[in-house]
Design a protein around this ligand. Structure first.
Ligand SMILES: Cc1cc2nc3c(=O)[nH]c(=O)nc-3n(C[C@H](O)[C@H](O)[C@H](O)COP(=O)(O)OP(=O)(O)OC[C@H]3O[C@@H](n4cnc5c(N)ncnc54)[C@H](O)[C@@H]3O)c2cc1C
Length: 409
């Protein structure tokens, strides 16, 4: 049976169906009692998994179609491929995640995000979704519909998304500048100053010492800062994991270039990150970030030995019911772990004991331990009602959803 990208999860599905037409997909969904959509398999959690049937849309035909300031995208399209189509039209997406390899539907379903004080998660670009429902019938959910905000970050629970309509903007250039050895921000004002140093800013650390390992600043209209709290820009390209090759990272050293060649950290043609890894991430309310950082730093002795690197990003508030940034500007604290599942599993409950009381919400596609999460999402019970309305028999339920929402019904 097939595995996820990191190899930490073997899908338990009895089979992975690959329909070749939309009619075939509709028939499959209508005639299968339990089924889940699978994207590009980049999640570390079992959010996609099921002991029943998985359906991949990577064999479904369909083109990316641009009309005005909207683009219609077949669900399995990878952001890197979509970006090339937009490049040819002089268009762009406002933001991208660290890697261009992931599918649009999978990223949107989990609230995947990049960084930027004014950038919402990638799901906030969604204007409409074409979904095959539990009865096998197609339905279109449009921004403005009452159920729209519950239907975008939907964890595969509301049907199989066939097409996603996204907002696009005029193409823009980005300069990427990396600053090594920047002093840790001492409080909210300094954290704000770092995060606002560019259009999209990422802080990298292993949690030891008085300095961040690197700060990556992606600048658009304003010039990159000459220094960050006295730390000047790097004079050679850097990978955020020092043992990895710089060939994998997108161009740095402040050279201007198209958005799609700078906003992701990793090149489409190369392996992103380490590959030998697990990931976890928690989004905390922005004002709680200094305390969250202090709490993890206090655990450095336990965290660092299991870690490749941490990335800290900012995500703008949105109204999507299950988004990590629902209703609040957020700081996302991410962990790229070494692939040591037992050690990571032992650490996560303590990490969550430190972060969850601050209002942290886990990234749905990454490893987390807590299951009692309802109180941190104001629209949690509305999502449960929406599920029951569109999927009365629990066709799209799976063990991941049962752990969080209870037995379906
Ligand atoms: C190296 C690496 C770097 C990463 N960097 C980032 C990052 O910068 N920011 C970030 O936020 N995350 C990041 N992630 C996490 C990743 O973005 C999420 O796990 C995302 O969900 C992966 O998309 P996917 O297509 O692989 O989805 P999958 O893992 O295949 O599925 C995820 C969910 O989407 C649902 N889904 C997929 N397709 C459909 C569909 N057609 N209809 C309905 N539901 C569907 C599945 O049912 C499942 O619930 C990273 C992951 C890796 C491996």
């Amino acid at each position: 049976m097939e595995r996820n990208w990191a190899g930490n999860l073997t899908y338990r599905a009895s089979r992975i169906a690959r329909p070749r037409t939309e009619a075939e997909l509709r028939e499959l969904v209508a005639g299968t009692p339990r089924i889940r959509a699978l994207g590009s398999r980049h999640s570390f959690s079992d959010v996609a998994d099921t002991p029943d049937v998985l359906v991949s849309l990577d064999a479904l035909p369909g083109d990316v179609e641009v009309a005005g300031d909207r683009v219609t995208v077949p669900a399995a399209t990878r952001y890197g491929d979509l970006a090339e189509v937009l490049r040819a039209r002089g268009l762009a997406l406002p933001n991208l995640a660290s890697l261009p390899h992931i599918s649009v539907a999978g990223a949107v379903a989990t609230g995947t995000h990049g960084s930027g004080d004014r950038n919402g998660c990638l799901s906030t670009s969604v204007a409409a979704l074409d979904v095959v429902g539990a009865d096998g019938e197609p339905r279109r959910v449009l921004r403005g519909d009452p159920e729209f905000a519950g239907s975008v970050v939907a964890l595969g629970a509301l049907g199989v998304v066939v097409r996603v309509v996204l907002d696009v903007v005029p193409a823009f250039d980005v300069r990427q500048t990396v600053y090594p050895e920047v002093p840790w921000p001492s409080g909210m004002a300094e954290l704000d100053a770092l995060m606002s140093a560019g259009y999209s800013v990422s802080l990298f650390t292993d949690w030891t010492g008085d300095h961040l390992r690197q700060v990556w600043v992606k600048s658009t209209t304003t010039a990159p800062p000459a220094d960050l709290f006295g730390a000047g820009p790097a004079t050679a390209p850097l990978h955020m994991i020092p043992t990895e090759s710089v060939d994998a990272v997108t161009e740095q050293l402040g050279a201007p270039g198209p958005w799609l060649d700078r906003l992701p950290h990793f090149r489409m043609t190369h392996k992103p990150s380490s590959g030998e890894e697990l990931q976890s991430e928690y989004l905390v309310p922005r004002e709680a970030a200094p305390e969250a950082i202090a709490r993890v730093r206090a655990m450095a002795g336990r965290v660092s030995p299991v870690l490749h690197v941490t990335e800290i990003r900012s995500v703008a508030a949105d109204d999507l019911w299950l988004s990590g940034a629902h209703g609040r500007d957020s700081i996302a604290v991410h962990f790229t772990w070494r692939q040591r599942p037992a050690a990571v599993a032992a650490l996560l409950p303590d990490l969550e004991a430190a972060l969850l009381p601050l209002g942290a919400r886990p990234h749905w596609g990454k490893c987390f331990a807590g299951t009692d999460l309802a109180s941190r999402y104001p629209r949690w019970s509305d999502f449960g009602e929406l599920r029951r309305a569109v999927d009365p028999t629990g066709k799209f339920d799976n063990p991941f959803l049962s752990r969080l929402f209870g037995t379906f019904g």
